[in-house]
Design a protein around this ligand. Structure first.
Ligand code: DQA
Length: 154
């Protein structure tokens, strides 16, 4: 079974009460439950983490090399600042999808730059919690394609 690491960055532990007009009223626990349910339905395993610390996120990505097939990450504010997280993603070379609850391109100028998107297979932004589910589907279709190509080669 394919294994996916889901990482949420700083302040996302406060979802539900944090700027609900922008991020909605769904808590992180509720989002995580939606992710778990979706994963069960489509047949993959997820490990879900949240951290307010850049270094911890870097370590989680580095460790994923040994067990995960792909990564879903909402780097939160680190999206716009972190070369360390970008380098971690490049280092492990696992297919990674960047997710944002809000549409970062409709917001302040400083949020419209992502240091992360350029090393991801794609970015999903503006669909609220559903973005995580779309990211799961996207990774699963990438895995399927990889398997088909592998089978063709053999
Ligand atoms: C966010 C967007 C970021 O700009 C912001 O710093 C966040 C959340 C989102 O999910 O919309 O914390 O990543």
């Amino acid at each position: 079974m394919k294994k996916i690491l889901v990482i949420n960055g700083p302040n996302l532990n406060l979802l539900g009460g944090r700027e609900p007009k922008i991020y909605g009223k769904t808590s992180l626990d509720e989002i995580n439950q939606m992710i778990e349910e979706r994963a069960k339905k489509i047949g993959c395993e997820v490990k879900i983490k949240q951290s307010n610390y850049e270094g911890e996120i870097v370590s989680l990505i580095g460790e994923a090399k040994s067990w995960a097939n792909g990564i879903i990450i909402n780097p939160a504010a680190y999206t716009h600042t972190s070369i360390a997280i970008r380098d971690a993603i490049t280092s492990v070379n696992l297919p990674t999808v960047e997710v944002h609850l809000s549409n970062i391109y409709k917001r302040e100028k400083f949020r419209q730059t992502s240091f992360i998107a350029g090393v991801c297979v794609g970015q999903i932004t503006g669909f609220g919690p559903q973005g995580y589910l779309l990211a799961l589907d996207a990774l699963m279709s990438i895995f399927e394609k990889e398997e088909k190509n592998e089978a063709k080669r053999n």
